[in-house]
Design a protein around this ligand. Structure first.
Ligand code: HEC
Length: 258
């Protein structure tokens, strides 16, 4: 998406360079329609990056207590939470605190049962499109991967609400946010200072909550990142070793040829 916007600017720039002044208009239209997103430092950045699991766990608290009211994560199962350092028993307790649909009961009404580790996170009614007129919140299972701008922009969006500049009024039902596309979004500001209580005693500022929930979303989208990085390092060591071996072998084989 950014790439195509950049391509548009480039194309328009080339056109205007060849003399057509009207070509400047598409260049403006192709520009980013939100403030530039500042880069954040993340524990999972880079080829050796690894998730800060304490932050992932705090982020799950934020998701569970706030985001899950509107957003589902249908590709994440309760059992996956063992990957962020919880025991099977802790996961079982978390799962059991969620009620999920269980067919039709003997009274003919939709039945519910406690979730187990094998169940996916439930999707709330609004995300199922069951609330007439409501904008549907996107599923968050892979959001950190598919959202244009990735984790940096999710963090920016969550901390980017504020009063609009003079003369700007978002359309009814939209909130001003300088990092949303068009600087307005249907999601009300979900975070605020002390919106959650962190069991590990970390102070829950808006920025901390945003950082933790973004780390959780990145972890959920790529739970095997650390494994892949370890494999990558092993493959590199193996290739370097193989290279040295082949070099020595070549020198031996050709040592008589002058
Ligand atoms: C009250 C309901 C509600 C809550 C709570 C909520 N969201 Fe949203 N969210 C929405 C809606 C609705 C949209 C779609 C907005 C749009 O398309 O304008 C959305 C969109 C998003 C987007 C994509 C934004 C975009 O530009 O398309 C992200 C990222 C997001 N939410 C993250 C979160 C996180 C993280 C939390 C928890 C901290 C959260 N949301 C809590 C309703 C909610």
């Amino acid at each position: 998406m950014f790439r195509s916007a950049a391509a548009l600017c480039l194309a328009a720039g080339l056109l205007s360079a060849t003399g057509s002044s009207e070509a400047a208009a598409p260049a403006a239209a192709g520009r980013l329609d939100h403030d530039p997103v500042p880069h954040q430092h993340w524990s999972f950045d880079g080829p050796l990056g690894n998730f800060d699991l304490a932050s992932v766990q705090r982020g799950y608290t934020v998701y569970a207590e706030i985001c899950s009211a509107c957003h589902g994560m249908q590709h994440v199962h309760f059992g996956d939470l063992t990957g962020m350092g919880l025991t099977a028993a802790q996961v079982q307790t978390i799962a059991a605190s969620h009620k999920i649909p269980d067919g039709i009961g003997s009274d003919g009404k939709p039945a519910l049962r406690a979730a187990t580790a094998d169940d996916a996170f439930p999707t709330p009614p609004v995300a199922q499109g069951l609330i007439p007129g409501a904008v549907i919140p996107p599923d968050q299972s892979r959001l950190a991967e598919v959202y244009p701008g990735g984790p940096d922009r999710i963090y920016a969006l969550l901390t980017g609400y504020g009063p609009p500049p003079a003369g700007v009024t978002p359309a009814p039902g939209l909130f001003y946010n300088r990092f949303a596309q068009g600087r307005a979004i249907a999601m009300p500001p979900p975070l605020s200072d002390d919106a959650v209580d962190y069991p590990d005693g970390t102070k829950a500022t808006t920025e901390q909550e945003a950082r933790d929930v973004t780390t959780f979303l990145a972890w959920a989208a790529q739970p095997h990142l650390a494994d892949r990085h370890r494999t990558g390092v092993r493959v590199m060591i193996y290739l370097v070793f193989l290279g040295v071996l082949l070099f020595v072998l070549k020198r031996r084989l050709w040592s008589n040829v002058h």
